[in-house]
Design a protein around this ligand. Structure first.
Ligand SMILES: [Zn+2]
Length: 272
């Protein structure tokens, strides 16, 4: 499943492709639903509008127009690509045609993606967007903010930072890696984290996500960049999926356990 860095990479790709603010000419839907039904009429109400920007909230992409936005979630296997005439593929569910001749295709074999409409200035109330926590890369996500969020929470810190209502887009891999970098054991009860540890953890989350974006996202999923090319560099994980291997810092064995239903990796020596 694409995580936040991959989605941010797709956003940047789409932003580049749509930088001339093309006007939507036609929205061709090969089917009326993905994970959820597509609100066909509402989506098509944006025909004739120009794309003003491509933004991201959590793992939702927002193609903004002056009259509202198209919301896209890639689910497990969704990709956007520029599709020249003749480039139609199995599992292409949506074609966005623009008046400048550009055509974007949304392909999603497993159909866990979402394609929706967001009314102008209604983003804060949109059911998919309203309960989302902090953007991890935003300036407002600080150690102090995290410390406040964790007050009174007994849940394991790894489970907490993966809770989208607290902070969005910290998936399973990045949670393990950030905790390793901050030298915090994943099972530590959230309320036991000092302000200093929260600051370290927030800094680590930001660093890990930035590095992954720099590398073009992780390459472990069936996923392609906005251009349609599979072009991710292999990200070197320091603990994730390294059970039994040596810690890159101290040489101790990397441990693994299931936590909150997800595989969790840590170094028992570095992370106390
Ligand atoms: Zn270690």
């Amino acid at each position: 499943m694409p995580e936040l860095p991959e989605v941010e990479t797709v956003r940047r790709g789409l932003e580049e492709i749509l930088k001339d603010h093309p006007v939507i000419d036609k929205i061709e839907l090969q089917r009326k639903d993905l994970r959820d039904p597509i609100p066909v009429k509402k989506v098509r109400s944006l025909i004739g509008q120009k794309i003003t920007s491509v933004e991201r909230r959590a793992k939702y992409l927002l193609l903004r127009t002056p009259q509202g936005s198209l919301l896209s979630h890639l689910g497990m296997t969704g990709t956007w690509r520029v599709a020249k005439p003749g480039d139609e593929r199995d599992h292409d569910h949506i074609y966005l045609h623009f008046t400048n001749g550009l055509r974007l295709a949304y392909r999603d074999p497993r159909r866990f993606g979402i394609f929706d409409f967001v009314a102008l200035e209604q983003e804060a109330q949109h059911p998919k967007l309203k309960a989302l926590g902090y953007e991890p890369l935003s300036e407002s996500f600080t150690g102090e903010a995290l410390h406040k969020l964790l007050r009174g929470k007994v849940v394991a810190i790894k489970v907490a930072i993966m809770d989208q209502k607290l902070v969005v887009g910290v998936g399973n891999i990045y949670a393990s890696e950030a905790l390793f970098r901050a030298k915090i054991k994943p099972v530590t009860p959230s309320l036991k984290l000092s302000l200093e540890k929260c600051e370290k953890l927030v800094a680590s989350i930001k660093e890990i996500l930035f590095e992954a974006i720099q590398a073009g996202g992780s390459s472990i999923s069936d996923f392609a960049q906005a251009s349609g090319e599979s072009g991710y560099f292999q990200t070197r994980f320091k603990v994730y999926d390294r059970e039994g291997e040596k810690c890159v810092i101290c040489g101790a064995k990397i441990r693994a356990q299931t936590l909150g239903g997800r595989s969790t990796y840590w170094c028992s020596s570095c992370q106390k």
